[in-house]
Design a protein around this ligand. Structure first.
Ligand code: GTP
Ligand code: MG
Length: 323
C-alpha cells in the first residue's frame, strides 16, 4: 500500500471511533451496573480516547516516514510541524497529506539552478558504484546538446574495466566527443588532458565521469581532491558543479553516502536517479535537511531523454506514491 493510501487509511474517518477506557474494558463481563459517570466526565473520557487514537495514528505515521527512508530526526521535525498545523481537533486525511506535502516541499526548497557557464564550464560527477553516474552524464550531455551547447566528456573512471568503453559508446550515441583514458591511469592526468582539449576547442561544457569506489574511501577522497586541485589550481577554472549521483532506491544509506562525499569535496548538487523504479527515496529529504544539498536533476528511466531539472512535486510524489 502506498504512503498516501496508508495516510488516508489512518486519518480517513473524520469521526473518531470511541475507545473504551481501561476501566470500562476491565468491567467487560461484570454485572451490568447503573452508569455512575457524569456527562462531563464522559466527555473528558471521549477526549482522552480521541487523543490516544490520534497519538497512535501519528506513531503509525512516524513509522511510515522511517519506512520511506527518512531519518528519525527529520521525521520528528516534520511531524512536529504537521501536528502543530494550527488546526483544532483531529485533522482529516486531506489536511494531513496537505501538511506533509507542504513540509516535504519546504525541506526540498533549495536553489536547484544548474550552473553551466564558464570557459569552459566544468561539471564533475561523483557517486558510488552503480548509482547511475555514466548514464546520467550521457543524458546530461544530450540535454546540453539540445540547448546548442558544445560538450566534451572526460572518462576519468580509470578504475573499473570497461568504464571508458561504456562512456565512449554513450558519447557516440549522443554525438559528443570524449577524452579517453586507459585502465589504471591517474584520473587527474586524464582530466588535465581533457581540459587542455576543451580550452583549445573552445568547448562550452566539460563533464567528468569518475570512479565510485566508496569502499576504499581514502583513495577515493585522495583522487577526488586531486582532480579538483587540477581543475581549480592548475587550470584556474572554478568548478561549475560538483554533482553527487544518488540512486533513489538506496534507502537510508544514501545519507551516509552524501555525508562521505561531502567530507571529501564540496558537493554543489545531486542528480537523483531511478525515480521510475518505485523507489521510496525519502533519504533525499534527510540529505536536503542535514546537508542542505539541492537536487539539480532527476533521472526517470534508461533512455537519453529520461532526465529533467528538479521539480519538487516529482520528488514529493515519488515518496508519497511509493509502496
Ligand atoms: N530505471 C532506471 N535505471 C537507471 C537510471 N539511471 C541509471 N540506471 C541504470 O543503472 C545502472 C547503473 O548505471 P551506470 O550509469 O552504469 O552507473 P555508474 O554510477 O556509472 O556505475 P559505475 O561506473 O559502476 O560506478 C544501469 O543499468 C543504468 O541503466 C534511471 O534513472 N532509471
Ligand atoms: Mg560509470
Amino acid at each position: 500500500m502506498s504512503f498516501l493510501l496508508r495516510v488516508k487509511q489512518l486519518f480517513g474517518g473524520d469521526t473518531p471511533v470511541q475507545e473504551k477506557s481501561p476501566v470500562e474494558a476491565h468491567e467487560i463481563g461484570a454485572e451490568p451496573q447503573e452508569p455512575v459517570v457524569s456527562a462531563a466526565a464522559q466527555t473528558v473520557e471521549q477526549q482522552g480516547g480521541r487523543a490516544r487514537r490520534e497519538a497512535a495514528d501519528f506513531d503509525a505515521l512516524e513509522e511510515l516516514f522511517i519506512d520511506a527512508g527518512i531519518d528519525v530526526d527529520t521525521t520528528m521535525a516534520i511531524l512536529q510541524e504537521v501536528r502543530r498545523g494550527g488546526l483544532l481537533g483531529r485533522p482529516t486525511a486531506e489536511q494531513v497529506i496537505e501538511r506533509i506535502r507542504g513540509k516535504l516541499s519546504a525541506v526540498l526548497d533549495l536553489d536547484s539552478t544548474l550552473h553551466t557557464t564558464g570557459s569552459p564550464a566544468v561539471i564533475l560527477v561523483t557517486g558510488v558504484n552503480g548509482a547511475g553516474k555514466t548514464s546520467s552524464i550521457a543524458k546530461l550531455a544530450n540535454m546540453l546538446k539540445q540547448q546548442h551547447r558544445t560538450v566534451l566528456l572526460i572518462a576519468a573512471d580509470t578504475f573499473r574495466a570497461g568504464a571508458v568503453d561504456q562512456l565512449a559508446i554513450l558519447a557516440d550515441r549522443v554525438g559528443v566527443p570524449m577524452m579517453r583514458s586507459v585502465e589504471g591511469q591517474d584520473p587527474s592526468s586524464v582530466v588535465f588532458n581533457g581540459l587542455q582539449k576543451a580550452v583549445a576547442d573552445k568547448v562550452d561544457v566539460v563533464v567528468i565521469d569518475t570512479a565510485g569506489r566508496l569502499e576504499n574511501k581514502k583513495n577515493l577522497t585522495f583522487e577526488l581532491q586531486k582532480v579538483v586541485r587540477v581543475i581549480e589550481t592548475k587550470f584556474g577554472l572554478p568548478l561549475s558543479e560538483t554533482l553527487l549521483v544518488i540512486d533513489a532506491t538506496t534507502g537510508e544509506n544514501a545519507l551516509m553516502q552524501a555525508r562521505a562525499f561531502s567530507e571529501a569535496i564540496p558537493i554543489s548538487g545531486i542528480i537523483l536517479t531511478k525515480i521510475d523504479s518505485g523507489a521510496k527515496g525519502g533519504s533525499i529529504v534527510s540529505i536536503a535537511r542535514e546537508l542542505r544539498i539541492p537536487i539539480k536533476l532527476v533521472c526517470n528511466g534508461e533512455t537519453l531523454m529520461s532526465i529533467k531539472p528538479f521539480d519538487k512535486d516529482d520528488v514529493v510524489n515519488m515518496i508519497l506514491l511509493s509502496e
